[in-house]
Ligand binder design. Structure first.
Ligand SMILES: Nc1ncnc2c1ncn2[C@@H]1O[C@H](COP(=O)(O)OP(=O)(O)OP(=O)(O)O)[C@@H](O)[C@H]1O
Ligand SMILES: [Mg+2]
Length: 213
């Protein structure tokens, strides 16, 4: 199955300290995983490894059939922008660009042609189509999060990653943010991996990976 994620003996070290150890982990295409663990257990580190933003210190990691240790530089950037959608805790929307232009940026960075229909459909499926011409600061926190999810999915990634998508939200909005990610992943038949310490989300995911310090 080329679209699987397979980790074996995966380790991330900083100096002499091992901050993440994943002896064995297999994620089939289309599965929805919650990665849980206390602060410092390595959730963000694992998501960064999956996105090819970090290189593993040891072990094997194959993501959607790509051996990430064999990709580097622009090839890796291109692979990431076409295959992986990422929603980080800090949303990183560009302040002086409209919502539409923020989403278009993902197409541009992936070297894909401008596709307004894909932008409109991503914004619409997340319920923010009417905000397309606004600046991020003119949106609520929850709306900004929806735009960040739209930007993550606009290129049709096979893998959708989200880091603490619920941290700054109240209970109801947190559950809604998780549901949006699940819904987008399902609609697009993408694999979803969400990192959180938020136990509220557990029941919504079919699989859980627990990280320990
Ligand atoms: N660049 C770095 N240099 C040294 N140590 C680091 C670096 N980045 C992360 N760490 C350490 O790695 C460990 C795991 O960090 P990580 O951010 O993955 O945890 P986390 O589970 O996401 O925590 P949180 O719930 O607080 O976001 C922590 O102990 C952290 O201090
Ligand atoms: Mg983290």
């Amino acid at each position: 199955m080329p679209r699987e994620i397979i980790a074996a003996g995966l380790e991330q070290r900083y100096g002499s300290s091992v901050v993440l150890r994943v002896p064995e982990w297999r994620v089939a295409a289309g599965e929805r995983w919650l990665v849980v663990g206390s602060s410092g257990s390595g959730k963000t580190t694992l998501l960064h490894l999956l996105a090819g933003l970090l290189t593993p210190s040891a072990g094997a990691l194959s993501v959607l059939g790509a051996d990430l240790r064999s990709l580097a530089g622009r090839t890796l950037d291109r692979w990431r922008s076409r295959n992986v959608g990422i929603v980080l805790q800090a949303l990183h929307l560009v302040g002086h660009l409209s919502v539409r232009a923020n989403v278009r940026l993902a197409q541009y960075l992936a070297g894909l042609p401008q596709d307004d229909a894909a932008i409109d459909s991503a914004l619409a499926s997340l319920g923010v189509a009417d905000k397309a011409e606004r600046l991020p600061r003119e949106l609520s926190q929850g709306e900004q999060q929806r735009v960040a999810i739209a930007r993550a999915v606009v290129n049709g990634p096979a893998l959708l990653l989200a880091d603490e998508p619920t941290a700054s939200l109240d209970d109801e909005s947190a559950v809604r943010a998780a549901d949006l990610l699940i819904e987008e992943a399902r609609r697009r038949q993408a694999t979803l991996v969400v990192g959180t310490h938020d136990a509220r989300l557990k029941s919504r995911f079919e699989k859980t990976l627990v990280l320990r310090k």
